[in-house]
Ligand binder design. Structure first.
Ligand SMILES: Nc1ncnc2c1ncn2[C@@H]1O[C@H](COP(=O)(O)OP(=O)(O)OP(=O)(O)O)[C@@H](O)[C@H]1O
Length: 632
């Protein structure tokens, strides 16, 4: 299809050889120019020229491997596209180069190379007609009878199908959709081949297809391939048919028939509609009306917010916390006083007064379930079992146990949380604890209330007043949540070493139970009933592998520990177990551990009876050891 009518391109064209792709007539391409040859062409032709003619250049795909391209002119591809340089932008960074915006006009064939330096100029033969598409000549193609007519009609239909599948929000797609009917059909193969996903090799084949029939035939399979690819993509993204119904049902406040939504459904949301999932969770956790209202309001804001906004993450975290809190989840109390007595006795030796009071408390709770207070506070020296009694109470009641260490806390937001306007805000320890245990009626052990501090950030003891007051704590408001959470079901137990440093207002809200230190006999009993079996188990030993006689314990207590509680005694047992574990692991039949017993002896008068080595006393193999320990 040669041309001898319509607008003609100059018969001599400067030739721009490019590696960057194939410019097809009817499409626009950005070409970066940095080789000496091409730079010279831009400078002396495009930048210096003043006529329209001077802005037309020939663009020829450079088929030589870019890695091995040299200054010598490569063998020119026989066909190129005459293009109009619409824009030229120069830059010196990172190296001097120009960026050209070129619109393809028509095909040409290089008839003869006129000069090679500083840039090639060729005598060209125009192959496509220009600007006469709407004329009778072009209409011939569209309306042509026979094979070409059919081919062009089929091509048009496939193009319509393809454009209907593409995203209309992309400007070029929308424009092409508008112009499709008015564009001459012979231009469609070039325009569409430039637009769809094709390799440079395929584009080169389209460029080389000078005959219209051949061009239709070359481009049609490319279009069909693109349509198939799009179909496949749509199929893999296809939502499940009942999904929309589900989301709608929930958004309207209803529940999808036949099933309740639970938090465990996370994994099922294959389509990533996590907003709908969050919505479901918010409605499904049965939170009180005011909290639900706040959550729905936040959810509404979240849906309108772009994900890139910093507030998006904050709001999302807030909502995630709200749905995780145990608003209505609780465990059932098992209130059997006899069982409780047995359990307390089996867990702890002695402590009669304390155990009696705990049993009284549990008995009243059995008779009156909604018991408000009192808050028990165990006060005593370290290691007398205050914390472990708290744990036993939780076990007897069948409740979750959570310990909140208050030692050194001097910021009231530790208890009450930070307001959400604060950067890095988070809820306080009470709300965090509830989230951890996942029920609203756990046993909270407020450990070391006597060691609360005070600072410029407020008085944490003051924040605890609201938490511990049974008259107020049904509407405890954490600053982060900003809605009330009912703490009245939580059983608070506090521990302290002394009442002297507990703020009076706080002390006034608690019932103090003194836990005195143990006598030597009690310690021996505790040691043998509880501590030794526990340590043996911790170190993987059996009672047959290590037996510690009572006299030995008495000796350890009087010579190696000086304490009201039994923590040091437990540590000494631990040291013995470790030393025996080494011997057992070495396969000794009857061995005595070599490890020295850490810590000084308090019975200075009897110190001579013990070996002294490196300033440490040996427990094992001493002549005066009252009753040698037995190990295999
Ligand atoms: N009467 C007891 N019967 C059995 N074990 C006990 C008894 N008293 C203390 N223990 C044991 O002593 C260890 C220390 O107890 P715990 O941590 O409860 O002490 P505490 O009074 O809370 O100390 P602190 O004030 O330092 O926190 C635990 O392993 C505990 O089981």
């Amino acid at each position: 299809m040669t041309s001898n009518s319509g607008i003609r391109i100059p018969s001599r064209l400067p030739l721009l050889l490019t590696h960057e792709g194939v410019l097809l007539p009817g499409s626009t391409m950005r070409i970066s120019v940095d080789t000496a040859r091409n730079m010279q062409l831009v400078k002396s032709r495009l930048l210096k020229g003043t006529s329209l003619k001077s802005t037309i250049i020939g663009v020829i795909p450079n088929t030589r491997d870019p890695e091995h391209d040299t200054e010598d002119l490569p063998t020119l591809h026989r066909i190129g596209t005459a293009g109009l340089a619409v824009q030229v932008v120069g830059s010196n960074w990172p190296k001097p180069h120009y960026t050209l915006l070129i619109t393809g006009l028509c095909r040409f064939r290089v008839a003869q190379l006129r000069k090679e330096r500083p840039f090639p100029v060729g005598e060209v033969e125009q192959l496509d007609k220009l600007e006469q598409y709407a004329s009778a000549d072009a209409a011939d193609a569209a309306g042509a009878d026979g094979e070409l007519g059919e081919l062009s009609q089929r091509f048009y239909q496939v193009a319509v199908q393809l454009l209907s599948m593409l995203d209309m929000s992309v400007p070029v797609v929308a424009k092409l959709r508008r112009l499709l009917d008015s564009l001459p059909r012979e231009t469609l193969p070039d325009v569409l081949a430039a637009m769809i996903r094709t390799s440079n090799q395929e584009k080169l084949q389209v460029l080389d297809a000078v005959g219209l029939e051949e061009r239709f035939k070359k481009t049609l399979p490319l279009l069909t391939r693109q349509i198939e690819g799009l179909k496949l993509l749509q199929k893999t993204r296809k939502p499940r048919p009942d999904d929309d119904k589900k989301v709608l049902a929930v958004r309207r406040g209803g529940v999808f028939p036949g099933r309740q939504f639970s938090l465990e459904e996370d994994g099922e949301d294959e389509d990533g509609d996590d907003m709908a999932l969050l919505d479901r969770k918010v409605r499904g956790v049965n939170m009180p009306e005011p909290a639900l209202r706040v959550c729905l309001k936040e959810l509404k804001r979240l849906k309108k917010m772009p994900q890139s906004m910093p507030e998006y993450a904050l709001t999302r975290n807030y909502l995630e916390l709200m749905v995780e809190l145990p608003w209505s989840k609780s465990t059932t109390d098992c209130l059997d006083i006899r069982a409780a007595r047995v359990l307390l006795d089996s867990d702890h030796y002695a402590m009669e007064k304390l155990k009696r009071r705990v049993l009284e408390y549990l008995a009243v709770r059995q008779l009156k379930r909604a018991l408000k207070g009192p808050i028990l506070c165990f006060v005593g020296p370290p290691g007398v079992g205050k914390t472990s009694v708290g744990r036993s109470i939780a076990r007897t009641l069948g409740r979750e146990f959570h310990r909140i260490a208050l030692g050194g806390v001097c910021d009231q937001s530790d208890i009450r949380g930070h307001r959400r306007t604060y950067v890095g805000s988070m809820p306080g320890r009470i709300i965090n604890g509830l989230k951890t245990v996942g029920v609203n009626n756990p046993v909270f052990l407020l450990d070391e209330v006597d060691k609360l501090g005070k600072s410029l950030q407020g008085d944490p003891a003051a924040a605890l007043l609201e938490v511990l007051d049974p008259e107020q704590n049904h509407s405890f408001t954490d600053h982060y949540l900003n809605v009330a959470f009912d703490l009245s079901q939580v059983l608070f137990i506090a521990t302290a070493n002394t009442t002297a440093t507990i703020p009076p207002a706080l002390l006034d809200r608690m019932e103090v139970l003194q836990v005195p230190g143990y006598t030597q006999e009690e310690k021996v009993e505790i040691g043998h009933r509880h501590l030794i079996p526990h340590q043996l188990e911790q170190h993987g030993l059996t009672p047959q592998q290590l037996q510690i006689p009572q006299d030995t314990t008495t000796d350890i207590i009087s010579r190696y520990t000086r304490e009201a509680g039994v923590r040091s005694l437990e540590r000494k047992y631990g040291a013995i177990c470790r030393a025996v574990a080494v011997k057992v692991a070495e396969g000794h039949k009857a061995a005595k551990p070599d490890a020295p017993l850490p810590g000084p002896s308090h019975a200075a008068g009897e110190a001579g009876a013990h070996e002294q080595e490196g300033g440490e006393r040996r427990l094992w193999g001493t002549p005066t050891w009252p009753c040698p320990l037995r190990c295999p």
